[in-house]
Ligand binder design. Sequence first.
Ligand code: COA
Length: 379
Amino acid sequence: MSTGTESTAAAAGLRGVVAAQSAIGDVNGEQGILIYQGYNIHDLAEHSTFEEVIFLLWNGRLPKSDELAAFNSEIRANYEVPADVMTMMKQFPKDADPMDVLRTAVSSLDFYDKDGHLTDREHATKAAIKLTGQIGTIAAAWDRIRNGKDVVSPDNSLSIAQNFLYMLRGERADADEEHIFDVCLILHADHELNASTFTTRVVSGTLAGMYGSVTAGIAALAGPLHGGANTNVMKMLIEIGDPGKIDSWLDKALEEKRKIMGIGHAVYKTEDPRATWLRKYSRHMGEKKGEMKWFEMSQRIEQLMNEKKGMFPNVDFYSASTYYLMGIPLDLFTPIFAVSRISGWTGHILEQYANNKLIRPRAEYIGARDLKYTPLADR
Ligand code: COA
């Protein structure tokens, strides 16, 4: 940058920089309030379903019952993934990371939607519906493929939450787990301009299609500082292994300046409201499975991090033990995040298309100038 822009030095990581206007979701980091299209996350977690929340995020209002029924049918009619994509996935190395598989398979869905590059509201919404229906099928199928099991076909009489658990396990979850999983999907659906959502807005801002924009979002979500944190929380708990070892383990980790996964947040300076729900579910699942250790360990880490660093758990902290106790493999935690966050990504992409401006910021140039070029032979 040479002239006309302010120094970015004070905004490392663009903290506090407002980079878009959006009506989709808002995070009040000081008070720990999250809203989707005006509705408090606590009300949605208490009363809503994931499908209703998707409708809300895309349309800016809650659906009437006939609208919700039609919306559910549309999504369920798109659970099935093209057979070619499944065939391709069967060729992947069995040890491929599920997020890499998800990114690659979702990207390939573009080939099977001839209108997938169109950015008008009608076609982009159709692509969003297809993607929202298909992403869970891919994530669940990969777990079966890599374990040498037959893929379970989606059941379009089931909700997104129940269908995912059904395709993963080959049997339906009980109503309690279906409900908890559904609320988990609600809690992860949108979070304003987080890294992956910002990515989808940058990509869709070039008028690239829905599939490419979502693929980029998956790539961003995979990082351990973003969606990848939930898997790492569980790895940490397993690494510590014993509640009695927490205090010394944490002291050592902090001494070594390790980041404690699932703790801290770029925006929240108080309790993340999503963690309030997930703490409750982690405890509930522990009681249900007769395995309180993971909840108790998490609680102790939370307490110590609060005392020592004044920090709070984020969405990933208690979701880790909740999913673990549901028997979900560790490396599927982040794909599940994507199964939910696709609703926010696609909502933001639709919003970006509706009022598009190419996103093209400036960099503060800190390199050299006016160097004299030395021919290769003389260096
Ligand atoms: N454990 C230990 N210390 C932490 C920490 C954590 N999880 N998160 C932040 N800190 C410390 C940093 O070491 C730094 O300390 P310093 O000032 O002494 O160097 C200070 O807090 C600020 O950290 P910074 O990384 O600049 O804060 P941020 O606002 O940019 O980071 C996160 C936000 C989420 C990236 C960060 O808290 C983190 O890495 N958390 C763990 C990963 C995670 O759970 N991610 C999911 C987010 S939903």
